[in-house]
Write a protein that binds this ligand. Structure first.
Ligand SMILES: Nc1ncnc2c1ncn2[C@@H]1O[C@H](COP(=O)(O)OP(=O)(O)OP(=O)(O)O)[C@@H](O)[C@H]1O
Ligand SMILES: [Mg+2]
Length: 469
């Protein structure tokens, strides 16, 4: 594949050129050499190299000046700066001017090979991206609250948003989903697609407000209602008018207030704290939670009646790992967003980096992906996001054993180990039998143990396979 790849080396040192020549020819690249800074531009335009190695210390026109001229002319060929004396200032300057990489002498052949490889990958991708960009240009990336996604699960949510936005404000909505899945975005989309889109969208992050102030935050208060209430305050329910009230993390509100809230949602009216004027609620209530709200009801942390009232429409936003098809779309979206914001020309994610991104599990969901891409854009030098820019934990395979939160049940190592292993084996066997509906032969096969071995273990843990049939 790299038989035709052209590698240009600009250096006045014949020894360096000779060393490059040997390596490049051995690897099957076409070398192009230049010892004179003034002819570089012409040669680059004529030969169109795939990568350029450029010595910083050239007589006449120095390397950084050449780099600047290349960039000014809009030449996107990756440029690797070579220097004999690495100082922070020159390194910083080179990167700021758009160098792809920065190498100090003595040169390491393997590193050079790797860079050539990466540069070629970068070029090929850039060409692909250019075609893609033309098709994408109508998308408005400034849309702040746009929900990106093409997976069937997200498409279902788009439909639900459409249905809900046609209902009157008296219909409440409950949005559930893990942290970072986009619950707030969904709430905003419902608001903006509805008839009252121009009315206020008022969000209250319930756990962030001190408990004793939450009531006044909701309903407002009259002057003198409590110590410190030196003037009337309008609550968020009033401020929202005919718009939307987002109760973010609703499971965080205390029980007595849950009760008051239920009454307000049912009767659509309330009074300010310390007041007796009745005020109508005209906004729509949207509540979110990242907990399993049914569990919270069971545990007695959340009122069942309030849950029923809120759950007329429930939107469950799925975790990102359950809609992996959306990952490339989201990753490219964030890439555009951040390279634009940071005024960096990072245009694509390499296939190998994308593969890692798609296979990661994202406990922090879309927010985590967004943060990863932001970091990559900051670190990126070559205009392409390659695997080396991704955080280590993404590359170390699937789930880490740390995730299982293994308890230390004894100070004695042997005993602690035995107990953990027993607990693990028991759990493993139960899951195995469930999956294979109590069929011992099948279970043994899928676990990679003999039937006798499995039977022994089942006896040991007193598990009856029949109970799984
Ligand atoms: N489908 C999506 N398209 C574009 N951006 C998204 C998408 N989903 C989430 N985001 C972005 O991810 C971040 C988290 O989204 P959001 O705040 O809506 O999540 P959340 O579910 O409310 O999280 P939390 O439970 O932590 O409050 C935001 O910056 C949001 O813009
Ligand atoms: Mg949120």
């Amino acid at each position: 594949m790299h038989g035709q790849a052209k590698v240009m080396v600009i250096d006045d040192d014949e020894n360096i050129l000779f060393a490059f020549k040997k390596v490049l020819e051995k690897d099957g690249f076409t070398p192009i050499f230049s010892t004179n800074g003034f002819e570089v531009m012409e040669k680059v335009q004529a030969e169109k190299p795939d990568v350029i190695f450029l010595d910083i210390a050239m007589p006449g026109l120095d390397g950084l000046e050449i780099l600047k001229q290349l960039k000014d002319k809009g030449i996107e060929t990756p440029v690797v700066i070579i220097t004999g004396y690495g100082t922070m200032q020159t390194a910083v300057k080179a990167i700021q001017l758009g160098a792809f990489e920065y190498l100090t002498k003595p040169l390491d052949i393997n590193r050079i090979r790797l860079l050539i490889q990466r540069a070629i990958e970068t070029n090929q991708l850039k060409n692909k991206v250019r075609e893609f960009e033309i098709k994408q240009s109508e998308i408005d990336y400034e849309e702040k609250y746009q929900i990106i996604g093409n997976s069937p699960k997200i498409q279902e949510i788009f439909k639900l948003i459409g249905v809900i936005s046609m209902t009157p404000n008296t219909t409440p909505v409950l949005i559930t989903g893990e942290s970072g899945t986009g619950k707030e975005l969904v709430a905003r989309a419902i608001h903006r697609s509805g008839a009252n889109a121009s009315e206020p969208f008022v969000a209250i992050n319930c756990p962030a407000v001190p408990e004793n102030l939450l009531e006044s935050e909701f309903f407002g208060h009259e002057k003198g209602a409590f110590t410190g209430a030196d003037k009337r305050k309008y609550g968020k329910f009033e401020i929202a008018g005919k718009g939307t009230i987002l109760l973010d993390e609703i499971t965080g509100i205390p029980s007595n207030l849950q009760q008051k809230l239920l009454r307000v949602i049912q009767e659509r009216e309330f009074q300010r704290v310390g007041g007796n004027e009745t005020i109508k609620v005209e906004a729509r209530f949207i509540a979110t939670t990242n907990l399993n709200i049914i569990e919270e009801v069971k545990k007695g942390n959340f009122r069942e009646d309030l849950y029923y009232r809120l759950s007329v429409f429930v939107i469950e936003v799925p975790p990102l790992r359950e809609r992996r098809e959306d990952i490339p779309l989201l990753a490219n979206y964030f890439l555009k967003k951040y390279s634009r914001e940071m005024k960096k020309n990072v245009s694509a994610i390499s296939d190998s980096a994308m593969e890692i991104l798609v296979n990661y599990d994202y406990p922090g969901n879309v927010r985590e992906l967004q943060n990863i891409i932001e970091r990559c854009v900051i670190l990126s030098k070559g205009g392409i996001i390659t695997p080396d820019l991704l955080p280590e934990n993404l590359k170390s395979g699937k789930r880490d054993i740390d995730d299982f939160n293994i308890p230390i049940v004894s100070e004695n190592l042997a005993e602690a180990r035995r107990k953990v292993i027993e607990a693990f084996e028991k759990k493993f066997l139960i899951e195995l039998l469930k999956k294979n509906r109590g069929n011992v032969s099948l279970s043994a096969k899928s676990a990679g143990v003999t039937r006798q071995n499995l039977t022994y273990l089942l006896k040991k843990y007193n598990i009856d396979p029949k109970s799984f049939r």
